[in-house]
Design a protein around this ligand. Sequence first.
Ligand code: UDX
Length: 438
Amino acid sequence: MNIAMIGSGYVGLVSGACLADFGHRVTCVDVDAQKVAALQSARIPIYEPGLDRLVADNVAADRLFFTTELASAVADAEVVFIAVGTPSRRGDGHADLSFVHAAARSIAGALKDFTVVVTKSTVPLGTGDDVERIMRETNPEADFAVASNPEFLREGAAIDDFKRPDRIVIGAQDERARTVMGEVYRPLYLNQAPILFTTRRTAEVIKYAANAFLATKITFINEVADLCEQAGADVQEVARGIGLDKRIGPKFLNAGPGYGGSCFPKDTLAFVKTAQDLGTPLRLVETTVAVNDQRKRAMARKVVAACGGSVRGKRIAIFGLTFKPNTDDMREAPSIAIIQALLDQGAQITAYDPEGMASARDYFAQIGYAQNAYDAAAEADCVVIVTEWNEFRSLDFERLKEIMATPVLVDLRNIYRPKDVERLGFAYASLGRPNGIE
Ligand code: UDX
């Protein structure tokens, strides 16, 4: 099939490359000429494992193209995906849809034969209706149907998530659109991925409800971790104990410093606002948003406590800056609030992250950045693991002890066992686990 992908950001690029890999002919469009030029020579502006290879292979196979020319890409396409950005609007937390609306206008003006226009970006309830209305107004003659096809990609695992999804959700009432979308994903349901055809509105709610549920699940275990700490119980065993119940499931029950990233914070907030506008507030999700915001700063208090009640003048090494491993994404990363709180209290910070330091400099110009974990830890009074990159999972503790001023480790991802670290002579603090446990 001929597919146009409007927007070559994270979602557009991953989806476009994967659809090309299925054998479709995909043209990714972007307004940023520099980005398009880089992509044409398979230079990838984001860090996503395997994406550079996938793009290069499909460009070489003449299935994946990049252009700034929206009109010609759309005219040739049977399916046009809208994968432009939907940032949080400043001030009111609603998603900013100006890029989506602009894309709808441009697409409408360029349509030729029957075309399915698909919203792929995470968009608020009713956006499919808006897109359809804008397109009708712009081009009353055009023959098209608007569908919703939310993505559930995780950064760092996006290609795998696209190729082996738990499900595909297609919101479209139009029979022709359903047939076309079935063709787009045919390689996947040959792999037995369930495909759920539903209405456009329902598909839009599914996306937000899924993210809000997962964010709430994380926040739940985070609060239970705090309780475990006071109760002398072990949150990891609690997570295992409840996760074995199939109705709960074992995933997304790792206590941490609060969820971050480009999706959960933005989407939970947008869902809350939509629900308030509809007069059906989602109080559970409102609480999740508030608890998660407070949690990030609260993590700094844990560091202060581990440093004996004050960090003034102390040297703190931060291991991991990105909101999770295998990405260079700093958006809404817990490290931002934690570092800010520690700086406010007079700490000196040196950070190390395998991929995130370039974007971290936009947030913090005044902290030190080291080339590796050990350089960051030199002379430090405390090491704080904020992001669970694999290279932090097998630290050389003897070496750390030698180079640190005082051997204190705060592990905000519970990647070590308390007894192991304490045995090596470290003061160790983690989340929801009493000291001295195996
Ligand atoms: C998420 C959704 O998983 C994906 O389906 C959606 O399309 C976009 O948002 P992503 O933001 O890439 O994907 O990251 P994810 O792996 O889901 O993690 C989100 C945040 O939750 C991270 O900050 C992570 O550290 C945190 N998290 C996740 C926990 O703290 N504990 C967990 O058990 C799981």
